[in-house]
Write a protein that binds this ligand. Structure first.
Ligand SMILES: Cc1cc2nc3c(=O)[nH]c(=O)nc-3n(C[C@H](O)[C@H](O)[C@H](O)COP(=O)(O)OP(=O)(O)OC[C@H]3O[C@@H](n4cnc5c(N)ncnc54)[C@H](O)[C@@H]3O)c2cc1C
Length: 396
């Protein structure tokens, strides 16, 4: 019997919408038989600092899309560690967006490209059989040849199918304030609290508000073995106070993120994970560009399989690991392991002292550098940085 759809995608965030948009380019017939099931009614609020790096903008460009929501262009990323500061400057490093509006725009583009969207419909059950998948929601049951789990960090599909849990779950604290940050074209990352055991950083990002420019401020802790235990709130309170912000006057949000664990399966017969349901970058906790890129890889797998008729997705995990995104996430994990530990602050200072690192970082953020090139040039540059032959951080 013919299934109701060829593909069901659970979650209409950046990963889910990206799957549908890429399918529309690679296999338009499949895209027209793709169902996006979204728990929330769109537009939905999404707690997020809204930083979309050039890597993500490049994916949108590849889809022929120009950003359809207000965005603040970012030309500078500033990294600080105690009294030292380094800056990376270039056009097109990133933009910041309001996430609810951005995700809604992307989902509308997916519908315009042929996908069917059911929002306000939560997925409650999944059965994967030899002949196809069956997905239950509060409103009904749908069948398809395959399922894509793009339902984010707390993926329902993963839970329903008893997918192995993540080893690390990053912790984030986050507030939004009305006034703009010091510079509305700069993303600030402050690694100073690493000295106090944080495996992460504080961020201050400008954010577009209907009334002007506001500021997203937050704390990222990788949540791995040895990272600061217990309550992160006092540390965040002090950091905000140093920025002239009273935590008690803000609405505080606490969240988790899933990082892509080493060797985690991203595919099973008739099933693929996409975006944060699989896992994102453990170094910065960046997930939007990664979700957009992952959508492209997943769509390529589905398009490939649709012609062969073999829905086992054999080899998909290897292709993912060798892809640009797979290499980038593995590199991020390697760097996170090297930096988020007691010797981390000294290593971070050495990293930024390496010659040419600023321009490499700029090209990486803007999506103009392949991670394999970065992996080749980084070790000699780091060695030069360790010898003190490089770029000096300047005192704040
Ligand atoms: C405080 C904070 C700040 C962040 N800041 C940044 C940043 O500045 N830049 C950046 O790149 N990343 C940032 N991130 C990470 C980023 O938000 C995520 O990694 C990104 O949203 C992942 O996209 P996704 O499409 O995989 O998942 P999501 O965007 O989470 O989308 C998943 C969708 O699935 C839906 N869903 C879930 N369960 C079900 C179900 N049972 N049935 C149907 N639908 C379901 C959800 O409603 C949701 O719409 C931040 C995260 C946090 C918590």
């Amino acid at each position: 019997m013919e299934p109701d759809f060829e593909v069901i995608v659970v979650g209409a965030g950046p990963a889910g919408a990206s799957v549908a948009l890429h399918l529309a380019r690679l296999a338009p017939t499949l895209a027209r038989r793709t169902l996006l099931l979204e728990r929330a009614t769109l537009p939905r609020p999404k707690p997020c600092a809204g930083g979309v790096t050039g890597k993500g903008l490049a994916v949108l460009g590849g889809l022929g899309l120009t950003l359809g929501v207000p965005a603040l262009p970012i030309h500078r990323v500033e990294v600080s560690l105690g009294a030292q500061r380094w800056a990376v400057e270039a056009e097109g490093l990133a933009v910041t967006v309001a996430r609810g509006a951005f995700d809604h725009w992307l989902a509308r583009e997916a519908v315009a490209a042929g996908a069917t969207l059911h929002d306000g419909e939560v997925v409650t059950g999944v059965v994967v059989g030899e002949a196809g998948v069956r997905v239950a929601t509060a409103r009904g049951t749908y069948t398809a040849r395959c399922l894509v789990a793009a339902d984010g960090g707390s993926s329902t599909v993963r839970k329903l199918l008893a997918w192995p849990p993540s080893t690390h779950r990053a912790r984030l604290l986050y507030v939004e304030t009305d006034g703009p940050p010091e510079d509305v074209a700069t993303l600030s990352l402050d690694f100073t609290p690493m000295a106090a055991g944080l495996h992460g950083y504080l961020w201050d990002f400008p954010s577009p508000l209907p009334t002007g420019v506001g500021c997203h401020r937050g704390l990222y802790d990788r949540g791995d073995e040895g990272s600061r235990r217990g309550n992160l709130k006092p540390l965040f309170r002090d950091a905000l106070a140093a920025r002239g912000v009273d935590l008690d006057a803000c609405v505080l949000g606490g969240f988790h993120e899933r990082e892509l664990a080493r060797g985690v399966a991203v595919a099973r017969p008739r099933l693929l994970l996409a975006g944060e349901a699989a896992g994102i970058d453990p170094l910065f906790g960046e997930g939007i560009a990664q979700a957009l890129a992952h959508g492209g890889l997943v769509a390529a797998e589905v398009a490939r399989v649709a012609t062969s008729g073999d829905w086992s997705f054999r080899g998909a995990a290897g292709r993912f690991a060798r892809s640009r995104l797979g290499l980038e996430l593995a590199g991020g994990r390697w760097l996170a392991n090297a930096l988020y530990q007691p010797r981390g602050p000294a290593r971070l200072a050495r990293l930024f002292a390496a010659p040419g690192i600023a321009s490499l970082a700029a090209r990486h953020l803007a999506g103009r550098l392949h991670p394999a090139v970065l992996a080749m040039v980084a070790p000699p540059l780091l060695a030069l940085g360790a010898l003190g032959l490089g770029w000096r951080g300047h005192p704040a």
